[in-house]
Design a protein around this ligand. Structure first.
Ligand code: HEC
Length: 152
């Protein structure tokens, strides 16, 4: 009988933990889904991350991460319309004269011209403007290094 009670108690305790866990897990999943649902984010992942991936290491990249692109295209005075227009302009004319990221052009070569629907770029620009873009782990250290290089 004692053994049975101990068993029943442990089942009860474990089942308590189990009922708590799924609701916690669900919360995490649903918040992930909401941030991924922005159509611009999906389009950016589908069309740009092949080259602009945030998870590639600094050594193995073929293009700068999107967070770096955003930094070069945006300052405190840039409006959403201006940001969208300059992104559209780049997609239509990816030339050396038009480039703002000279270091990237030098390291990776010019971005190849690709045909994207205007609406796709508008959505991507809206997502980039309104949200923090996923940063690679090495990004902050790299930024610091670039700044000290410029100062010296
Ligand atoms: C086939 C690889 C590739 C794909 C796909 C790609 N890019 Fe690029 N992109 C590059 C490379 C390489 C550079 C860095 C050299 C340069 O600036 O041209 C770059 C640079 C850029 C720049 C900075 C240009 C400058 O120098 O001023 C912007 C903006 C940009 N990409 C936007 C996008 C967007 C938006 C998408 C998706 C719709 C995209 N790219 C998809 C390769 C790619």
């Amino acid at each position: 009988m004692k053994l049975f009670l101990a068993f029943a108690l442990s089942v009860f305790l474990f089942s308590c933990q189990d009922t708590k866990r799924p609701s916690y897990a669900k919360k995490e999943v649903s918040s992930k889904i909401t941030t991924q649902q922005h159509p611009g984010k999906k389009l950016m992942i589908a069309n740009c991350y092949v080259c602009h991936s945030p998870s590639a290491s600094h050594e193995n990249r073929i293009a700068p991460p999107m967070v770096a692109v955003k930094k070069h295209y945006l300052d405190a005075n840039t409006s959403k319309e201006q940001f969208t227009a300059s992104l559209q302009n780049w997609i239509e004319n990816p030339t050396k004269e038009n480039a703002k990221m000279y270091g990237a052009v030098k390291r990776f070569g010019l971005m190849p011209k690709q045909a994207f629907p205007k609406e796709t770029i508008t959505q991507i620009a809206a997502y980039m403007f309104d949200n923090d873009i996923e940063k690679p782990e090495w990004f902050d250290a790299h930024e610091k290094e670039e700044h000290t290089k410029k100062r010296n």
